[in-house]
Design a protein around this ligand. Structure first.
Ligand code: ADP
Length: 271
């Protein structure tokens, strides 16, 4: 049995002296007795676009939810820009960090969900400015001005005063993207953002995300079944199975020349 790696506590420096945007250090996640992630190590550089692929239930969404602090790891450490997200090692013990610290860290991270998760009782603009005003303390006028720019960017400038229920699924998802970008996150998490959409609007949502990828430096972690999108946007692909990375590499390598049988089987089932 190999001994598990010693947990780290601080920033891990990459060869080029850069601190990674996201570092998973020996992370474990269980739901009851069900171990979903075990001894997981991931390093994501600033500006990386990483797609997580793999069969359903392999732990991909759990990874995004851990980063968003919607779930809490049972072991190990997650570092964002070299700073611990929810736990740190103190006197040899794994210690939970305070809610205030977690809130500070969470501000750097945006997430777009499969089911949009817009606030139904608020207008589109209210959805977009809610967090900038209440979490970042931005002036309402400034937040609205920025909100207008973002609605322009996602192609919905005329929808500011509508409520989500009056929009199509594709439009709601575009608002959700604008809402995530309104916080100017360093990290953007995309969790199967096209899975709940009608096929004819998938393309428009993916095009907006391609544009975001081309026009910003935001670090992206993407869970998607859209392999062409993954190929276009990401510079790294991680193939998961049973909560472990079984293969990783640039998209051309993984999609065109997968080495592992599990990757080959998965790709032949989805492509
Ligand atoms: P993927 O995104 O690769 O489909 P998930 O991260 O959603 O995988 O799920 C990994 C495993 O964790 C699955 O077996 C799933 O049933 C389980 N799981 C996820 N969330 C919960 C939860 N809140 N409670 C219990 N089990 C969960």
């Amino acid at each position: 049995m190999p001994t598990p790696p010693e947990p780290h506590t601080g920033a891990i420096t990459l060869a080029d002296g850069d601190v990674p945007a996201i570092q998973f250090d020996n992370v474990e996640k269980r739901f009851g007795d069900h171990v979903v992630l075990q001894g997981l190590n991931i390093t994501v550089r600033r500006g990386d676009r990483v797609t997580l692929i793999g069969p359903s239930g392999s732990g991909k969404t759990t990874i995004l939810r851990l980063i968003m602090t919607l779930e809490e790891a049972n072991g190990g450490f997650i570092l964002i820009d070299g700073r611990p997200l929810t736990h740190e090692l103190r006197d040899g013990k794994r210690v939970a960090l305070k809610e205030k610290h977690r809130n500070e860290m969470r501000k750097r991270i945006g997430m777009v969900f499969q089911q949009f998760n817009l606030f139904p009782n608020m207008t589109v603009m209210e959805n977009i400015i809610e967090a900038p005003v209440h979490v970042l303390g931005m002036r309402k006028d400034d937040a609205i001005a920025r909100g207008r720019e973002l609605l322009e960017k996602v192609g919905l400038p005329e929808k500011a005063n509508e409520h989500p229920a009056s929009l199509s699924g594709g439009q709601q998802q575009r608002v959700a993207i604008a809402r995530a970008l309104a916080m100017e996150p360093e990290i953007l998490l995309l969790d199967e953002v096209t899975s709940a959409l009608d096929p004819e609007v998938v393309g428009e949502v993916l095009n907006i995300l391609r544009n975001v990828a081309e026009t910003t430096n935001v670090t992206m972690l993407i869970v998607t079944h859209e392999m062409q999108f993954a190929r276009d946007v990401s510079n790294r692909v991680l193939m998961f199975d049973g909560g472990r990375i079984v293969e990783e590499g640039p998209p051309d390598e993984i999609f065109s020349h997968p080495k592992e049988q599990r990757t080959k089987d998965f790709l032949s089932a989805v492509l």
